[in-house]
Design a protein around this ligand. Structure first.
Ligand code: PAF
Length: 286
């Protein structure tokens, strides 16, 4: 496993691989890898000749009162896990090389960035788009692998790649879950025993929403009510948002049809967890 820290080193390794005719798969992460990340590495390693994983806790995507300073990290462990799943190269840039003095640019995907998570995390998706654009420019991969857990992030980055005619194919990969349904996340380590026991309620709320849609409910407000009722039953869960939206534009239409993205964010103590399900109106009816 190679570790590269400099942008020029990474660019050189990528040019060399492309020169050999190798296909490059790229998995951007903020480290503290879990099965969700590792499933992306599995897929990238299966579909490419060179699999690059970046590990960078991106300050631009954290708000002032968020967990940037305490974000969990264990680079040594990450490298072993990544190598064992087929990663060939770990790219660990320093903040000063990605954002040197004088750095002034930002990438925004208008409107989509302000919905769902963007409402309570202003500037978050601008930070994500800016870092991913820069990483893609340096790594220059053929394919970019993203987790579907961050559904809005995947939708926004797909839009950015399309709008900017970037030559990379974006693959959104399924959520990996704990046996009780909780979506894997680096932030799950923050949960106390009691919060951990309560955390699957977010998934249960989304499943209740999916059931009402599959039985033919088309009113997103009523679907939201069903989901909120499930969350109300759990004392420790504090709702940020839970919504039924159109997966293309993240808007809530008056009536839903076809595919519907059910997405939510819930606080358990000081930990904010997100999850989502892609559901279908009338899927359960004959
Ligand atoms: O999903 C994440 O971990 C981050 O948002 C990403 C894509 C690595 C950008 O910092």
């Amino acid at each position: 496993l190679r570790t590269i820290k400099s942008l020029s080193g990474m660019r050189g390794a990528s040019e060399e691989a492309r020169g050999r005719g190798s296909r490059i798969g790229f998995v951007p992460t903020m480290g503290f890898l879990h099965e969700g990340h590792l499933s992306l590495i599995d897929r990238a390693a299966g579909e490419n000749d060179l699999t690059v994983v970046s590990i960078f806790v991106n300050p631009l995507q954290f708000g002032p009162s968020e967990d940037f300073r305490s974000y969990p990290s264990d680079l040594k462990r990450d490298k072993v896990l990544a190598r064992d799943r087929g990663c060939d190269l770990v790219f660990v840039p320093a903040a000063e090389s990605l954002y040197p003095p004088g750095f002034r640019s930002a990438v925004r995907v208008k409107e989509l960035e302000n919905k769902l998570c963007g409402k309570t995390r202003p500037g978050h998706f601008e930070g994500v788009c800016t870092v991913v654009m820069k990483l893609l420019n340096v790594v220059s991969p053929h394919a970019l692998y993203l987790g579907q857990k961050d559904a809005q992030q995947a939708i926004i980055l797909k839009r950015m790649v399309k709008d900017m005619a970037m030559d990379v194919s974006v693959k959104a990969c399924p959520i990996v879950r704990e046996p009780d349904g909780l979506a894997m996340s680096s932030r799950n380590v923050y949960l106390t025993k009691q919060q951990r026991e309560q955390a699957p309620v977010l998934r249960q709320a989304l499943l209740a929403g999916a059931r009402s849609l599959s039985q033919g409910e088309t009113d997103p407000v009523r679907v939201r009510k069903v989901m909120r009722a499930v969350l109300r039953g759990k004392q420790g869960a504090r709702l940020d948002y839970i919504e039924a939206v159109d997966p293309e534009n993240l808007e809530r239409p008056r009536r839903m049809s076809g595919r519907v993205l059910l997405a939510g964010a819930v606080w358990f103590g000081r930990t904010r967890l997100i999850d989502n399900i892609m559901a279908k109106v009338g899927a359960g009816r004959r």
